[in-house]
Design a protein around this ligand. Structure first.
Ligand SMILES: [Ca+2]
Ligand SMILES: [Ca+2]
Length: 272
């Protein structure tokens, strides 16, 4: 675990710190500093974090990325609460988080199991592969998001697909008996979270090999659909500032690994 950190993560963190200094200087100007920041970060990442993946395609790329992103700090399910308060902070109100499907901005401290509170949504439904909430895929914040308790329950363990009836409490989201369609603004986020899980979890630890397929109604199988729709969503909704910042916060403050499909969305089409 720590061997790769010594070669990759530390130089990268140093690079990230240098970038932060540059951003701090640029932030004095009123213009949006984020484009410059992420351009600089992406270049630094290719030279360090993604060094062993560059130039590869298909299964070779997937294998290289699996090795890279499997070097991570793992959180307990309880630690996930605090992580989400940082990763999903509302950029317009630091006291709040933004809920994934509803898009609602809500107090960080209004979390729990009560009606109207937010809780921890497993975007890769935890029954698909039955990994639960023990430390591992069930606590990997790359696919965990704050969501309204009731909307989380409505999504349940459904696969993702287009269609259904619009949710009363979450406009822009649709569901039917066997699938859930998130609002347009997060369709790509959902796709990239699912595909991260597929690369990260390959059955090489004590958990199932998670893989996307082109079905719905996957039940407890370690599969999540529909791949063709997820690929389309990833193209239609490319990574925005919120999603990129989230990836950076997870990398710098919590798990010290990245979602490669946020940094390189074109890798979705290379692997699948
Ligand atoms: Ca998005
Ligand atoms: Ca897998």
């Amino acid at each position: 675990m720590s061997r790769r950190h010594s070669f990759y993560a530390r130089p990268l963190l140093a690079a990230a710190a240098a970038v932060t200094v540059l951003t701090g200087t640029a932030a004095a100007a009123p213009a949006d500093p984020s484009p410059g920041r992420y351009t600089a970060t992406a270049a630094a990442l290719d030279d360090t974090y993604y060094q062993d993946a560059l130039g590869k395609t298909g299964a070779e790329l997937k294998a290289a990325l699996h090795t890279i992103i499997s070097d991570q700090t793992k959180l307990s399910y309880d630690q996930v609460w605090d992580a989400l308060k940082a990763t999903d902070e509302d950029p317009a109100n630091s006291s709040n988080v933004v809920l994934l499907y509803t898009g609602r901005s809500q107090s960080k401290n209004d979390n729990g199991g009560g009606s109207g509170q937010w809780n921890r949504e497993h975007v890769w439904a935890k029954s698909h592969g039955d990994f639960g909430t023990s430390t591992g895929p069930g606590t990997d914040v790359h696919h965990l998001r704050p969501e309204d308790v009731q909307v989380n329950s409505t999504r349940g363990n459904k696969d993702f697909d287009n269609g259904g009836s619009e949710l009363a409490g979450a406009p822009g989201n649709f569901t039917d008996g066997d699938s859930f369609e998130p609002r347009d603004e997060v369709k790509g986020d959902v796709a990239r979270m699912i595909l991260y899980m597929a690369v990260r979890y390959e059955g090489t630890d004590s958990f199932a090999d998670l893989e996307p397929n082109d079905q719905v109604d996957n039940g407890s199988a370690p599969k999540m659909g529909k791949l063709s729709v997820l690929k389309q969503w990833s193209q239609e909704d490319p990574p925005d500032t919120f999603e990129k910042r989230r990836n950076d916060v997870i990398f710098e403050q919590f798990q010290h690994n990245r979602n490669p499909f946020i940094d390189h969305p074109e890798w979705v089409g290379s692997i699948w």
